[in-house]
Design a binder for this molecule. Structure first.
Ligand code: HEM
Ligand SMILES: *[C@@H]1O[C@H](CO)[C@@H](O)[C@H](O)[C@H]1NC(C)=O
Ligand SMILES: *[C@@H]1O[C@H](CO)[C@@H](O)[C@H](O)[C@H]1NC(C)=O
Ligand SMILES: *[C@@H]1O[C@H](CO)[C@@H](O)[C@H](O)[C@H]1NC(C)=O
Ligand SMILES: *[C@@H]1O[C@H](CO)[C@@H](O)[C@H](O)[C@H]1NC(C)=O
Ligand SMILES: *[C@@H]1O[C@H](CO)[C@@H](O)[C@H](O)[C@H]1NC(C)=O
Length: 358
């Protein structure tokens, strides 16, 4: 495990050096043309996905801003890399923000809007209380506005930045992000609570929730693999540890040794501030390790454990123990998630500030 962490740090160090050189030399020709600023074939990590054509892109286009703002994707990548280098938790933060955006009114950046005098926005819903990374999106947006005013949507910035943040450890994009999304003008807290599944959800609830976004059981399983990075707060786990059925018991579907360990981290059932890694020892590395711990019944939430309660889902989860299979399937499912309910053409608007409707 230690060697894995060392490897990751090394990769991050190399990547950040690279971005530093790239950013410093932005007036000169950079080593690799964008499209990216990404190298190709470093000989490790998953392969690219040039051959995959999305089954459903919702009317999005590859490199939508090629003519209108040619450096848009490069700016997203450069600014994102800078932030990830100083905050390795950021990939987890951003991908969760994107999930919570796309599941409510589609990927329209509605999660980025601030509450107004009139209404409480998604951002301030309970389920979004722990979301972070908004400042990074704002930073990217202001860099892009300097170059092309009013052209690039916050919805595209969030989707691209998430891909770039998660991909940085591999030095190449892990999935495609066609662009052309427009920004929504409506954000309602109650819609977040209604559309985002809770960590206590059983399999039926999860499948129905994903189906309502045209996502399949395979998408549900693959995308749950995002829990290979990031942390969860103790209060979302305590029922499983202390009082599962109201008789002071623990969740029988949770590995008992792992439950013992978790109780050393989450000592007080009411603790809302302590966090635990969702993929212990590997929570900064985006890989398929989640499926190894899931198989050992160490998935942190009831919603993780639920993936083992259905034959089809369990079988697919076991297939994702194969790294190539995981990276391929995750890429496909992220492309689908990134296309949910997108606004295109003249729908919505291009916000001037991501936290505010124009
Ligand atoms: C299948 C339904 C899902 C449920 C029920 C669920 C539930 C949760 C819960 C309860 C947390 C902990 C939040 C906290 O303690 O602050 C969490 C964290 C997280 N979720 Fe999910 N999630 C689901 C799907 C997804 C998907 C589809 C993605 C992305 C593709 C994702 C990415 C993440 C990440 C990266 C974190 C860690 C965030 C951090 O470190 O701050 N989740 N999720
Ligand atoms: C949105 O809210 C955040 C946090 O409260 C604040 O920092 C930011 O300035 C707000 N955005 C605008 C445009 O007022
Ligand atoms: C509140 O709603 C009214 C009518 O729907 C609108 O004209 C006004 O601009 C809104 N105010 C704020 C602060 O959003
Ligand atoms: C799943 O959860 C829902 C909502 O709590 C509940 O109505 C349903 O009975 C549960 N299904 C199973 C199979 O436990
Ligand atoms: C799901 O697919 C149907 C049929 O193609 C479409 O009408 C609907 O808008 C889609 N829903 C979402 C959330 O993308
Ligand atoms: C455990 O749950 C039961 C039923 O919900 C509740 O009555 C009891 O107070 C809980 N025990 C603790 C220690 O929280």
């Amino acid at each position: 495990m230690a060697s894995k962490v060392l490897f990751l740090l090394l990769v991050l160090a190399i990547c950040s050096t690279f971005v530093f050189c790239n950013a410093g030399g932005s007036k000169k020709k950079s080593h690799y043309k964008h499209k990216g600023g990404w190298g190709h074939g470093h000989g490790h990590g998953p392969r690219g996905h040039d051959s995959y054509e999305p089954e459903y892109d919702g009317g999005l286009k590859n490199d939508f801003y090629r003519k209108s703002c040619p450096r848009a994707e490069e700016i997203v990548q450069t600014v994102t890399s800078r932030h990830v280098t100083s905050n390795p938790n950021l990939p987890a933060k951003l991908i969760r923000v994107l999930f919570h955006d796309c599941f409510v009114r589609g990927c329209d950046a509605s999660v980025l809007l601030n509450s107004t005098g009139n209404s409480t926005s998604e951002k301030d819903a309970n389920t979004n209380r722990n979301l972070e990374g908004f400042n990074v999106i704002d930073d990217i947006k202001s860099e892009i506005e300097k170059e092309c005013k009013g052209i690039v949507s916050c919805a595209d910035i969030l989707t691209l930045a998430t891909r770039d943040a998660v991909s940085l450890q591999y030095g190449r994009p892990l999935w495609k992000v066609p662009t052309g999304r427009r920004d929504g003008t409506i954000s309602i807290a109650s819609e977040a609570s209604a559309n985002i599944p809770s960590g206590a959800s059983n399999f039926t609830v999860l499948v129905n929730n994903f189906a309502s976004k045209n996502l399949t059981v395979r998408d549900l399983v693959a995308l749950s693999g995002a829990h290979t990075i990031g942390v969860g707060h103790c209060n979302f786990v305590s029922r499983r540890l202390f009082n599962f059925t109201g008789r002071g018991d623990q969740d029988p579907s949770l590995n008992p040794k792992y439950a013992d360990f978790l109780r050393t981290q989450c000592r007080d059932p009411a603790d809302r501030t302590t966090t635990v890694e969702m993929d212990p020892g590997s929570s900064l590395s985006f890989d398929n390790h989640y499926f190894k711990i899931l198989k050992e019944h160490k998935g942190l939430f009831v919603s993780d454990a639920a993936l083992l309660t259905d034959d089809k889902a369990r079988e697919f989860a076991l297939q994702l123990l194969n790294p190539k299979m995981f990276f391929d399937e995750f890429a496909k499912s992220m492309e689908k998630m990134g296309a949910i309910g997108v606004l295109t053409g003249s729908q919505g608007q291009i916000r001037n500030k991501c936290s505010l409707v124009n």
